[in-house]
Design a protein around this ligand. Structure first.
Ligand code: ADP
Ligand code: MG
Length: 281
């Protein structure tokens, strides 16, 4: 048997170089400086995020993994401008985030398609809501549906599609206005394991073909490592950065990557962060 190179055993300098090469090569798309969030409720203050400092590069596939309630969805809402941070500053595409903005498309755990609208009309929903020109975006919506393998399903109603197909339609809806960034909050959590794996492969292909920056939240460590260029590991609430790992697996990746020692070592290493905490969910 030929010995395998285990990047985990590489000298520290070799791995650090991988990280900094990537960081220097690309422009920052999202930056967070000292961003924290404390919810003020009638029962008092709920600190949800400790001050966070990190950046996500243009075209990067960035995955956040952390225990339930650590502030992952809060982080996503802050970046989309739906929530204001308690301290600190966020920029997207070089601009300070002060209110909800059109630079992001969001995908949630459930597809949340409107049951009375057909698939194409669901994908066109953000265009109708933002009152953007329909004739310009209709070909784009159809092109996206083709990209995710839903050509021919435009006129179907959501219930006529499987869970995975509905989630693919919701990815199209998030991309139809051509945002810079796709924010995904546990997008495949409601799917069965096999569909979920297929969706992971599909999502990587969509990201490659659209060149979008993706910020995806998950509490599956294997899913995080499989998808990501970098994985940010969060601590329990109030969430802070426990570590950021570079994933030096080549692309394009297939499911075979999960058998790669680089993959298994990294999954193991990230899992160790949570052994001293309660479970991930
Ligand atoms: P995660 O997505 O990681 O499960 P969330 O970001 O949804 O975590 O929530 C982080 C913490 O903030 C949780 O403890 C939650 O109870 C609290 N929280 C979330 N939203 C609110 C809110 N609107 N008001 C008060 N507390 C909230
Ligand atoms: Mg959440």
């Amino acid at each position: 048997m030929t010995p395998v190179t285990r990047p985990m055993n590489l000298p520290q300098s070799a791995r650090l170089r991988l990280v900094s090469d990537r960081a220097e090569a690309a422009a920052p798309e999202i930056t967070l400086s000292g961003v924290s969030k404390t919810y003020r409720t009638r029962d008092g203050e709920v600190p949800s995020l400790r001050p966070l400092d990190f950046r996500i590069n243009e075209g990067e596939f960035f995955v956040v993994v952390g225990p339930s309630g650590c502030g992952k969805s809060t982080l996503l809402k802050l970046i989309s401008g739906l929530l204001a941070p308690t301290t600190g500053e966020i920029t997207v595409g070089g601009e300070k985030v002060t209110k909800p903005h059109g630079n992001v498309g969001i995908v949630f755990q459930n597809a949340l398609l409107l049951p009375w609208r057909n698939i194409l009309a669901n994908v066109m929903l953000p265009i109708d809501m933002k009152r953007l020109p329909r004739d310009q975006h209709l070909p784009r919506a159809k092109g996206l549906l083709k990209l995710v393998g839903l050509e021919g399903f435009e006129k179907k109603l959501p219930w006529q599609l499987s869970g995975g197909m509905q989630q693919r339609a919701s990815i199209c809806r998030a991309l139809v206005h051509d945002p810079r960034i796709m924010l995904m909050d546990e997008p495949f959590g409601a799917l069965d394991a096999m569909t979920r794996e297929r969706m992971n492969v599909e999502l990587m292909r969509i990201q490659r073909e659209t060149g979008k920056t993706v910020l995806l939240i998950t509490h599956s460590i294997p899913e995080a490592v499989f998808l990501a260029d970098r994985v940010l590991v969060m601590t329990e609430r109030p969430g802070a950065i426990a570590a950021i790992y570079d994933v030096p697996l080549p692309r394009p990746r297939t499911l075979d990557a999960m058998a790669d020692p680089v993959f298994t070592d990294l999954v193991q290493r990230i899992r160790k962060h949570f052994l001293t905490q309660s479970t991930l969910d």
